[in-house]
Design a protein around this ligand. Structure first.
Ligand code: ADP
Length: 270
């Protein structure tokens, strides 16, 4: 059996997906990016292959994507995360007719518009301002002495109105959060306020190219139920969140790796 690897070398996390010759997902992993993209990626791949009982030589095609994609000479090909993300949403959502993808990552956020066949019509990206990214969520969690994985629960427990976070930059927002906490405001309302602040930013970004139903929400922050709720409120529509939203782009890259291998005709000699 041959396998195909999609490696999404994100600013915050490295995501790896493996698909088999039939295109089914055979394994996946998520590890922190750390400072050494190549070393950490190769170690994560080796561990995943060992866990799944797959030999490295059985990986017929390796496609890298994401922020650090050029830092992996072992890849057979690199591809933009926009292309990989759209391919992942197509593979996961199938016939669900996704027309908009909202992706929030660790250091950027982007919105893709798709046509009826799932091909990219337009996209817009924010990689300048951390206030609309997962970095803002990490900073919030750190200031509250909690983990990003807890922010959704805190949001769900909020009983009052979400606090208004007025700062437009994370550096000032951090001071604002500290001062709101010092004034005795609840963590829950504060976290909800941060989620709404990020959601408003991403919806403003999306409006630059238009928002069409159905909307697919992915990237690590889509694991956060509070972030999902705030985004749905701001969009005034329900979004589709895949079971493993952080892995969409890696799954897309693995799917495209399989297609590339089929297209080269190498399977004839396999
Ligand atoms: P990138 O591709 O840029 O590395 P990711 O799509 O991996 O980004 O998203 C990273 C972000 O996801 C983090 O900054 C954090 O805000 C959020 N995140 C990661 N894990 C979780 C989790 N378990 N629950 C909620 N949010 C998470």
């Amino acid at each position: 059996m041959r396998y195909f690897a999609g490696i999404d070398m994100g600013s915050t996390a490295i995501k790896i997906a493996l698909v088999d010759q039939q295109g089914s997902l055979s394994g996946h992993t998520v590890v922190p990016t750390g400072s050494f993209f190549q070393k950490n990626t190769l170690e994560a791949l080796q561990l995943l292959l060992r866990e799944r009982g797959i030999e490295r030589s059985d990986v017929a095609y390796l496609l890298s994507t994401g922020y650090g994609r050029k830092l992996l000479p072992e890849a057979d090909e690199t591809i933009s995360e926009i292309t990989a993300n759209a391919a992942g949403a197509r593979a996961i959502a199938g016939s669900a007719a996704i027309r908009t993808i909202i992706n929030i990552g660790g250091q950027d956020s982007k919105v893709l518009l798709l046509d009826a066949d799932g091909h990219i019509r337009n996209f817009v990206m924010n990689d300048k301002c951390a206030a609309g990214t997962g970095r803002f969520l990490e900073m919030t969690a750190r200031n509250l002495g909690t983990d990003v994985g807890e922010l959704g629960n805190l949001h769900c427990r909020s009983s009052g109105a979400p606090l208004s976070i007025t700062s437009t930059c994370t550096v000032f927002a951090e001071s604002e959060i500290i001062s709101l906490l010092a004034r005795g405001h609840g963590k829950e309302e504060l976290v909800a306020g941060v989620h709404y602040s990020i959601a408003r930013r991403i919806v403003r970004l999306a409006r630059q190219i238009g928002i069409e139903d159905r909307v697919f929400f992915d990237g690590g922050p889509a694991l956060n139920s509070g972030m999902v709720a705030a985004l749905e409120d701001e969009l005034m529509l329900q979004v589709v969140v895949p079971a493993a939203p952080q892995l969409t782009t890696a799954i897309g890259a693995a799917t495209l790796a399989r297609t590339a291998w089929i297209d080269t005709g190498e399977q004839v000699n396999a």
